[in-house]
Design a protein around this ligand. Structure first.
Ligand code: SF4
Ligand code: SF4
Ligand code: SF4
Length: 364
């Protein structure tokens, strides 16, 4: 077992103390200052971040955000590895997710901007980045980018989720997951593990997926000639604006990160992310699972405590049941904190126990 678990409960920052609430307030304020100015719902909200970005010679406030985000992941990743870096799985995935953020989600768009080209964020695909499949957006992209986003969103990533589990994206590529796994590590244990929270999560996350599908469908209908139909046009515009502000900005940004210090790091991933809902369906019927060594669990509860997605892992381990949950992001922390080596993340076809372990399994 890695060092430092008990220290989690001795720090005000990790136990909803004053410091935690203060950080939450700072995060809320920052995200409101980021998203409210210029929004059609709050057009007169003062923009204080753009002048700061200009003073730092950055092209826009979004690059200031990207720089702070990357810095948060870098520093958070360093602290995370001090605590959990004795695991090869955590070392490799932390280097990868931080590298993807700095390389694909910050440096590449900055270079493209400096070269006067449109910026593309290749690590974010539909439906997480919903406008990637809007016909208007695809039409403006060069062919290689349009093909990349269509193929990854609709074919490659769902297939990977089926064969390898959604961890390939949620714990290795996605910047939202990356921030949770690094900067958010001091708060990962705060997720609600109750049955009620699980029921709410299933309703909300799938509702957002349906809303994402409807919004995208309306945008396709608008582009496919229904534009002459004033009702479709108005509905498509209104729905996409609503989605962009209330789901994309308020839910995933303001609430998703602002609530880290008091409700854990995966509020958005768990209750709102349409990509989580979509990939979760492929994972649920796919090959990824957490296997349980029979009759080894001592019911210490470490696994459930440290599951950021609120999965009560201990219940499965006590019942000698392998875990196949759509919401599991494959972070591997449950297996890492288990003092008895009971849990293992594996990809295997549905054959007998111990058979056909997938090639992409990394020992924990
Ligand atoms: S659940 Fe959604 S936001 Fe969270 S890591 Fe996965 S894709 Fe990213
Ligand atoms: S069940 Fe384990 S691997 Fe899955 S999200 Fe929870 S802690 Fe991470
Ligand atoms: S599976 Fe491991 S960490 Fe979880 S309750 Fe059992 S012994 Fe503890």
């Amino acid at each position: 077992m890695q060092e430092g678990l008990l220290s989690t409960y001795q720090r005000s920052i990790s136990t909803r103390g004053v410091l935690a609430w203060a950080i939450s307030a700072v995060l809320f304020t920052f995200y409101l200052l980021l998203y409210l100015p210029g929004s059609s719902y709050t057009p007169n909200f003062p923009d204080v971040l753009s002048p700061i970005a200009s003073a730092l010679h950055l092209p826009s406030k979004w690059f200031l955000y990207g720089a702070l985000y990357s810095l948060g992941m870098l520093v958070g990743g360093w602290f995370m590895l001090k605590k959990h870096g004795n695991s090869r799985y955590h070392r490799i995935r932390t280097y990868t997710v931080v590298g993807v953020q700095i390389g694909l989600a910050f440096s590449l768009p900055l270079v493209l901007n400096v070269l006067g080209r449109p910026e593309y964020y290749f690590s974010y695909v539909w439906p997480l980045s919903i406008d990637k499949l809007y016909p208007d957006s695809l039409a403006k992209m060069p062919a290689y980018a349009a093909i990349y986003f269509v193929v990854t969103s609709l074919v490659a990533f769902p297939l990977l989720a089926y064969y390898k589990g959604k961890r390939f994206y949620c714990s290795w590529i996605c910047g939202c997951g990356g921030l949770a796994e690094t900067f958010g590590d001091p708060w990962r244990h705060l997720s609600n593990k109750s049955e009620k929270a699980w029921k709410i999560e299933q309703i909300t996350v799938h509702s957002v997926l349906v809303l994402a599908l409807v919004t995208t469908g309306l945008m396709v209908a608008k582009a496919a000639g229904a534009a002459q139909d004033g009702t479709i046009h108005t509905l498509a515009q209104g729905t996409s604006t609503f989605y962009g502000f209330f789901i994309g900005a308020i839910f995933s940004g303001v609430l998703g990160v602002g609530l880290y210090p008091v409700m854990g790091t995966r509020v958005w991933c768990r209750f709102g992310c349409p990509m989580a809902a979509m990939l979760g369906l492929f994972q649920k019927f796919g090959r990824f699972r957490i296997t349980v060594k029979k009759d080894m669990c001592i019911s210490c509860g470490n696994c459930s405590t440290y599951c950021e997605m609120g999965i009560d892992v201990r219940q499965y381990a006590m019942a000698n049941l392998d875990i196949k949950r759509a919401s599991c992001v494959g972070c591997g922390m449950c297996a890492h904190v288990c003092p008895r080596g009971v849990l293992k993340l594996e990809t295997r076809s549905d054959v007998g126990p111990g058979e056909a372990v997938g090639v992409w399994t990394l020992d924990l």
